[in-house]
Design a protein around this ligand. Structure first.
Ligand SMILES: NC(=O)c1ccc[n+]([C@@H]2O[C@H](COP(=O)([O-])OP(=O)(O)OC[C@H]3O[C@@H](n4cnc5c(N)ncnc54)[C@H](OP(=O)(O)O)[C@@H]3O)[C@@H](O)[C@H]2O)c1
Length: 179
């Protein structure tokens, strides 16, 4: 099935946010196979007050609507109910809902299937990168530079050190000014 592509308007930034192991793994057995102290708090702070769009499996793995954010869940199941969230049946429908709410940012929070669907339209990739490889069964999709350019790297120390990479789409941002 081909997905209808809608372009996001210039007012809404479409951001893919993920934690990614060194081998590209983002999950295993429908869970995230690591715990990084403080990383969830950063995710909460970054996404607070914004719209989140996720696949049905990620919704199931979280198990509830995340507070302080509007959850949009993508499924092909017309009978699916997401208590505290909004159900849509395609990525364009989810983007349109965020736009209709005048959202400044739409965070695509996973998992692999939804990252793959949304990558072509992403303005920004916000990746928490682990140093170590981790066994798993779902991966962040590969992407190239261009069109994305690494504009910021923040090293986070702690029991599990990691770095936060910001990749921005060259034709959307004045990347030279940002770096
Ligand atoms: N490390 C991270 O940052 C991170 C973030 C999020 C998730 N994860 C992990 O990622 C894994 C889940 O990822 P996943 O790829 O298996 O699943 P997913 O992307 O979360 O959800 C897949 C589901 O989305 C729906 N879907 C997919 N394409 C669709 C389309 N074109 N139109 C309508 N609905 C569509 C389908 O739902 P139905 O089957 O209901 O039709 C499909 O089963 C878990 O292990 C989770 O822990 C990791």
């Amino acid at each position: 099935m081909t997905e209808t592509v809608v372009t996001t308007n210039n007012l809404m930034e479409l951001i893919l946010i993920a934690a990614v192991a060194a081998n590209g793994v983002i999950g295993c057995d429908n869970a995230i196979p690591w715990h990084i102290p403080g990383e969830q708090a950063r995710f909460k702070e970054t996404t607070w007050g914004h719209c989140l769009l996720m696949g049905r499996k990620t919704w199931d793995s979280i198990g509830r609507a995340l507070p302080g954010r509007h959850s949009i869940v993508v499924t092909r199941n017309m009978n699916f109910k997401a208590e505290g969230g909004e159900v849509v049946y395609s990525l364009p429908e989810g983007i349109a809902i965020a736009q209709s709410r005048q959202a400044a940012k739409l965070f695509i929070i996973g998992g692999e299937q939804i990252f793959r669907l949304a990558l072509a339209q992403a303005d920004t990739l916000l990746l928490s990168r682990l140093d170590q490889a981790v066994p798993g069964d779902v991966f962040f999709p590969s992407f190239t530079s261009p069109p994305f350019q690494l504009t910021k790297t923040e090293k986070i120390s702690g029991p599990v050190p990691y770095r936060i990479e910001t990749w921005q789409r060259l034709d959307k941002f004045d990347v030279a000014a940002a770096s």
